[in-house]
Structures are given as structure tokens and as C-alpha cells.
Design a protein around this ligand. Structure first.
Ligand code: CP3
Length: 342
């Protein structure tokens, strides 16, 4: 088994730096779009374990990444709590119903993972079997604050100001909903691990819109609950834009701290208390020529140094990136990081 990423996440020295990409399943691969167009929509693809398994493994075969990430979405949690969603072409997620008041909490529930999310667990079991230990499988969930954003707003937003407004106007309601999301997420991640996930990542995609004080009150305590509850496998916390939270995440019970491309690596090393770092190439760097991608990748590897680093982009790969450039990124990490060990 290629278990480089697991050994690195546990803090061990390895023969080279492991590499994978956030959002590697889907988006950029024509082979994904072929599978995607064979079904009615994104939600059906997520809910069909055979197909979810197929598109999970595509980047392992086609790109050569050191880990697979299960094909699903962070939005399956609000759905399992009672808010179904649609994925609208070119617009993104849309929830016909949202939560706005304390009374609305009676209409939703803490997810019953086995009955509401059994399809993800089946996809994980099947994928583990098909991967046959070639690379580890990453399970994931959204962080409670990011999920809260979608449950309040019902769709994407530049500011998520309706969600943030709740923290100023209805803090008690906000904490109740965040706790329900957290309870659902802990049960969900535990079930993913039981089904075979070898490590997990928590995506706090909208973390950067909160003030540091709000992050301490409405985000970090729930991430801590999750990290304290999951003891079975290595955990990564990626809080996009939350440069101010690195120290708190460094003190949490996670193994790896995800960095976006705005976060300085040397400064992050000091803040995170010896934890492993993941990231952080600007996804736009992959628009450059092969030579430019190689140069940018080498520069990134030099700033992180050989140990305690999982190579990745600083956010998900963009849909219009040429898969060939992704391969240049991956192959450069593999070759250069082996050389860095002398
Ligand atoms: O990483 C992977 O490749 C595994 C699958 C995965 C998806 N979404 C599949 C997907 C993962 C890990 C996610 C996480 C996710 N989903 C996040 C956190 C990561 C991040 O990018 O910040 C967020 C915020 C979402 C919510 C979401 N899902 C949005 C806003 C959208 C629409 C815009 C977009 O990103 O494409 C989605 C749709 C989505 N999720 C697609 C895929 C492959 C595209 C839909 C399609 O194929 O029709």
C-alpha cells in the first residue's frame, strides 16, 4: 500500500512528500463529465455508489495522486437533517427550504446516518474494495459554520451576511443549530471511518468571512468537538481564509492544518505547534506553462521543506484547469521532493 499520506499525517519522516488535490474528483476530468452526463444530476451521482466509486478512483488512475477522496458533497449533511438541495447547472447549490428561527429547528433533525447517509457509506465500502489498498481513502465533511451558512442562506453568497446576521441577532438559536450540525457530523465521520475511510478532512470553506472573535465563539468550539470525538484516524482541518485561526487550530486535536495560498508557510509553522501542514499552491498557478507550474511547485516545496508537509493546492482545483497541468504539479512534487531528501 502507498500509505505515504498517512505516515506524513502522523508526523513521520517519509521518502517523499505525498500529494493530492482538493476537488480532484470531478470538475476537471472529461472522464468525470462522461459519467456525470449518464445520470440526471449531481445528487443522483452522489447517491449511486457504483458511480461515486468510479469517479473517486479516476484521479488515482489518471493523475497519480497519493490519496483518493470519496466523491460526495459537504451538503449531504443539511439534506440528511431535513433540507433537500438541488445542484443548479452553472449556479451551484440551491435549498428550497432553509432554517430561520428557533421554531424551524423542530422541522429538522440530527441526521440518522445509517438510514439517511447509507449511500455514502456504501460508496466508501465499495471504493475501499476497488482501490485494493493502492492509496488511502479520505472521508470528509463541512465544518459546522460552513454548513450553517448553507442552511440559513439556502444557496451560495459572496458575504453570507444572512448567516452572519444570525450571530448578531439570534446567538442562542445559532448555537442550537450549530450543535445539531456538529452532532450529525460526528456521527457521519465516525460512520465513514467504520466504512473504511483512512483519514478525514473538515472543510471550513467560508471561515474567512468571520471576525476572529466570532470564529472563537461560533466556529472553533464545534471544530474542537469534532476533533476530540474522532480519535481513530488522522484529521485535517482546512479553514479557508482564517489566517487568524491557525494558532487555535494548531492547539486543537487535529493532525494536519490546511493552508490557503495567502498564508505564509514559515509563519504558519510557528503558529501550529508542530503539526503537519497541507497546501498551499495558488490554484491559478496551474494556468501557467508547464515550466511555470514546475517552478511554482518547486518554490512551494522549498518553503515547506521535506517533512511535515502534504502537498496540495490552497483551495479546490478550478474546473477549467487542464488535467495535463495537474499532472505536471503532481509529478514535480513526486520527483523534486524525493531529491530534497538527498
Ligand atoms: O474533492 C473531491 O473531489 C470530492 C468531492 C467534493 C465535491 N464537493 C464534489 C462536487 C468535495 C470534497 C466537495 C466539497 C465542497 N462542496 C465544498 C468544500 C470545498 C470547497 O471547495 O471549498 C463546498 C463549499 C461545497 C459546496 C458545493 N458543491 C458548491 C458551492 C458547488 C457548486 C460549485 C462547484 O464547486 O462546482 C458544489 C458542486 C459540486 N461538488 C460539484 C462536484 C464535483 C460540481 C457539480 C457537478 O458536477 O454538477
Amino acid at each position: 500500500m502507498n500509505d505515504l499520506i498517512l505516515r506524513t499525517a502522523r508526523g513521520e519522516k517519509t521518502e517523499r512528500t505525498p500529494v493530492w488535490l482538493m476537488r480532484q474528483a470531478g470538475r476537471i476530468l472529461p472522464e468525470y463529465r462522461a459519467v456525470r452526463s449518464s445520470v440526471s444530476g449531481f445528487v443522483e451521482l452522489c447517491q449511486t455508489p457504483e458511480l461515486a466509486c468510479e469517479v473517486t478512483i479516476q484521479p488515482v488512475d489518471l493523475l497519480g495522486v497519493d490519496a483518493a477522496i470519496i466523491f460526495s458533497d459537504i451538503l449531504v449533511i443539511p439534506e440528511a437533517m431535513g433540507l433537500p438541495y438541488e445542484m443548479v447547472e452553472k449556479r451551484g447549490p440551491f435549498f428550497p427550504n432553509t432554517v430561520q428561527t428557533e421554531k424551524d429547528l423542530d422541522k429538522i433533525r440530527v441526521a440518522d446516518v445509517q438510514s439517511d447517509l447509507g449511500y455514502v457509506l456504501d460508496a466508501i465500502k465499495l471504493t475501499k474494495k476497488e482501490l485494493n489498498d493502492r492509496v488511502p481513502l479520505i472521508g470528509f465533511a463541512g465544518a459546522p459554520f460552513t454548513i450553517f451558512c448553507y442552511m440559513i442562506e439556502g444557496q451560495g453568497s459572496k458575504t453570507f451576511s444572512k448567516a452572519k446576521k444570525m450571530f448578531y441577532t439570534q446567538p442562542e438559536f445559532s448555537h442550537k443549530l450549530l450543535q445539531m450540525i456538529t452532532d450529525s457530523t460526528i456521527a457521519y465521520l465516525k460512520a465513514q471511518i467504520e466504512a473504511g475511510a483512512d483519514m478525514i478532512q473538515i472543510f471550513d470553506s467560508w471561515a474567512g468571512i468571520l471576525s476572529p472573535e466570532q470564529y472563537d465563539i461560533f466556529a472553533m468550539p464545534y471544530i474542537n468537538q469534532i476533533c476530540d470525538s474522532i480519535t481513530e484516524v488522522p484529521k485535517t482541518v482546512f479553514a479557508k481564509g482564517a489566517y487568524f485561526a491557525r494558532e487555535a487550530i494548531g492547539k486543537s486535536n487535529c493532525n494536519t492544518v490546511g493552508l490557503d495560498w495567502n498564508m505564509d508557510v514559515a509563519e504558519s509553522r510557528k503558529l501550529v505547534n508542530g503539526k503537519v501542514l497541507q497546501g498551499n499552491l495558488d490554484p491559478c498557478a496551474l494556468y501557467g506553462s508547464d515550466k511555470d507550474v514546475e517552478k511554482a511547485t518547486i518554490k512551494m516545496l522549498d518553503t515547506f521543506g521535506p517533512d511535515h508537509h502534504i502537498a496540495n493546492l490552497g483551495h479546490g482545483v478550478y474546473p477549467d484547469i487542464d488535467p495535463e497541468k495537474v499532472k505536471v504539479f503532481i509529478n514535480t512534487v513526486k520527483e523534486y521532493s524525493a531529491k530534497m531528501r538527498g
